[in-house]
Write a protein that binds this ligand. Structure first.
Ligand code: BGC
Length: 369
């Protein structure tokens, strides 16, 4: 059974949930930071701006805790710059070609914020909004429930969209991300979670880049993209290419290979089509391990695709947690529908209609071996 609990500032670290003021937006909105702690002593911090996971502290094989996600130290950079560290992405994650789509005979023009494309819901996407929050817990672990009303016309999208994202941090070091949405007008919806992981730990020598992380992605195909990162043509079989992660392989092994898709993505920045019987089943999409720490990440999802992004656009211009984020110092595994789905009818639909419910689940699970 789920019971609502009241949280107070500065509760002791043994308590499962604590909260404090993280900052205030220029519009005067308070942004709260919640700390969820599980029975294993692992800790996740999430702020109400964008549902951003700012910290995730996980032990290594010797029992030492380290923060394994990229992030900033204060609110300001989260508001101003766009690597989307740790955020919930919406209303439509990934790209919409030419920032335009037609739905039920009406054409919608969005803002182009990635060349001519719309990326991650536009310049003021869900990652830039302050969500309302309630907390709860059950036998599995503490929960943070975030709610957002994205109004009709928000970033150019039709319909009032009511979104609830529930994070549960279990006593098994799983972060369960449940997303539910309803609308009063047909609209595309494609939410995702955009954490950048570095399993060696932020600020460690082994964690300078993620090239020595070993990744396995359970996908026989990727969506090949053009230079604007929009899917083109038939799904590309991964066999015999730098995209074959069906058996574990170092991320760095072929990241600079002379392959058209590596050139187009400037490394890995591709939507892998997860092997599933039906995409609505919770499926293991990817597994990544880092040898020096022994940490392992597994990503389970009900989504049909996972964007594997190797942090190619990090360029040493952003700092946080006492480090400068160099190129490829973090990787993202973003479960989602395929890019530009709203314009590409061969993909599973991302259209949500009144009376329907958008409902999806992703689990990020950490462990040590
Ligand atoms: C995209 C990248 C983009 C990054 C922004 C990823 O989801 O696939 O192309 O640069 O988000 O941080």
């Amino acid at each position: 059974m789920t019971t609502s609990i009241t949280t107070t500032e500065n509760t002791s670290a043994n308590n499962a949930i604590s909260q404090k003021l993280f900052g205030t937006t220029p519009a005067g909105e308070a942004v709260t930071e919640f700390t969820l702690t599980n029975n294993l002593g692992s800790k996740i911090k999430i702020i109400t701006l964008g549902g951003i996971i700012t910290e995730w502290h996980m032990r290594d094989k010797k029992g030492a805790l380290a923060d394994v996600v990229l992030g900033f130290d204060s609110l300001d950079p989260y508001l101003k710059v766009g690597p989307y560290f740790g955020a919930i992405i919406g209303r439509v994650g990934n790209r919409i070609a030419n920032a335009q789509f037609t739905l039920d005979g009406e054409t919608y023009q969005l803002t182009a914020n990635n060349g001519t494309n719309n990326l991650h819901g536009g310049p003021q996407g869900f990652d830039k909004k302050v969500w309302s929050a309630t907390t709860a817990q059950d036998a599995n672990g503490p929960m943070l429930k975030l709610h957002l009303l994205s109004e009709d016309g928000d970033q150019g999208f039709p319909g009032n969209l009511n979104v609830t994202v529930t994070y549960q941090f279990t006593h098994k070091d799983e972060l369960i991300v449940d997303c539910v949405a309803t609308t009063d007008k047909a609209t595309p919806v494609n939410l995702t979670q955009h954490s950048y992981f570095n399993l060696a730990g932020i600020g460690t020598e082994a964690g300078a880049t993620i090239l020595n992380h070993k990744a396995q992605i359970f996908a026989d195909h990727i969506n090949a993209v053009n230079q604007a990162a929009i899917p083109v043509g038939e799904p590309m079989p991964v066999a015999g290419t730098p995209f074959d992660f069906r058996a574990p392989r170092l991320i760095g092994e072929f990241i600079n290979a002379d392959h058209e898709q590596i050139h187009n993505g400037l490394g890995y920045d591709h939507n892998f089509i997860i092997n599933q019987k039906t995409y609505k089943e919770l499926t293991l999409a990817a597994r990544v391990e880092e040898e020096t720490s022994g940490r392992v990440l597994e990503v389970f999802t009900k989504e049909p695709g996972v964007q594997f992004y190797s942090g190619n656009f990090l360029d040493g211009s952003l700092t946080g947690k006492g480090v400068t984020y160099q190129k490829r110092s973090g990787f993202c595994l973003e479960p989602q529908h395929h890019p530009d789905s709203i314009n590409q009818p061969q993909f599973p639909s991302i259209v949500l209609r009144p009376g329907e419910q958008y409902k999806t689940r992703t689990i990020f699970k950490l462990s040590v071996k």
